[in-house]
Ligand binder design. Structure first.
Ligand SMILES: Cc1ncc(COP(=O)(O)O)c(C=O)c1O
Length: 273
């Protein structure tokens, strides 16, 4: 792992580096991005930086210098021998008093990179009983307050799945803990709208641009009648779902195979920027 913190590379990337008063640590006041790295080059970096800016704006985190983040990305990737990796960019409220109120320190900015193993081509998914709050202040924000995802993913893993999927307060299909959901009904590719409270996934947006699909909000039970389901995310790319709770699905189905092939074909267009 290589880590850049507030302007410099750390000599010991796993050693102590951020003060215990950092607002990201004490109350989860921060935003982050995960960016895929292929052959040492970041994928769709500018789209991720756009979303980082939007997430920071939603939290009122001002003074985030995206050029500094770009320098951090370049620093950790410089000379790295990384066929497949993941960048993690984190921006927090910085050192602050021990409560919800933010201090006046500059944000803490961290860029880390590590190698990554590809996900298998298919996976199992489990739905969880806790709703995503599409009306909450953090709806659609990639904030470091991810403990709800931690709890949901642990429940899914106990059920033998690699991803937990949430409905929202309206009972509509929403998203996974770290992925967006696509499904096929009557031959039509569909995915929840951003109003469902799901994250505006970079992978989701590119699939809609490159392949097409209908954004629609429907009760989560719609998936019981879907002929295909796949997950879309930075680390999974297009991953076919072979089991949804107890139901087995054809994986990959025809549409999923087409989307995955298109993804592999077009991915190089966004490497490096
Ligand atoms: C909650 C959530 N939904 C969806 C996604 C997928 O987004 P992306 O394709 O940008 O990785 C993520 C990714 O990290 C996520 O955390």
């Amino acid at each position: 792992m290589r880590v850049w913190l507030n302007g410099s590379l750390l000599t010991d990337p796993t050693g102590p580096a951020v003060p215990v008063t950092d607002h990201g640590l004490t109350v989860g006041d921060g935003v982050f991005e995960a960016v895929k790295v292929v052959d040492g080059r970041p994928f769709a970096l500018e789209r991720h930086l756009d979303r980082l800016r939007r997430s920071a704006d939603a939290l009122g985190l001002t003074g985030v210098d995206l050029d500094a983040v770009r320098r951090g990305v370049a620093a950790v990737l410089d000379g790295a021998d990384l066929p497949l990796g993941r960048l993690r960019i984190t921006v927090t409220g910085g050192p602050a008093p021990m409560g919800s109120g933010r201090g006046d320190a500059a944000p803490t900015v961290v860029v880390a990179v590590d190698a990554m193993r590809p996900w298998p081509a298919t996976t199992a998914v489990s739905t969880v009983p806790w709703p995503r709050n599409e009306r909450g202040a953090l709806a659609g924000v990639k904030s470091t307050s991810y403990a709800e995802n931690v709890v949901a993913l642990a429940a899914a893993q106990r059920a033998g799945a690699s991803e937990a999927v949430f409905a929202n307060l309206a009972g509509h299909l929403c998203e996974g803990t770290g992925s967006n959901v696509f499904y096929v009904v009557d031959g039509e590719l569909r995915t929840p709208t951003l109003a469902s409270g799901c994250l505006a996934g970079v992978t989701r947006a590119l699939i809609l641009e490159w392949y097409g699909g209908r954004e629609v909000d429907e009760p989560i039970a719609v998936v019981d009648g879907a002929s295909e389901v796949f997950l879309a995310s930075t680390t999974r790319d297009v991953q076919a779902v072979a089991r949804w709770n107890d139901r087995e699905l054809v994986a990959p189905g025809q549409v999923t195979s087409e989307v995955a092939a298109l993804w592999r074909e077009r991915e190089p267009e966004l490497l490096g920027g």
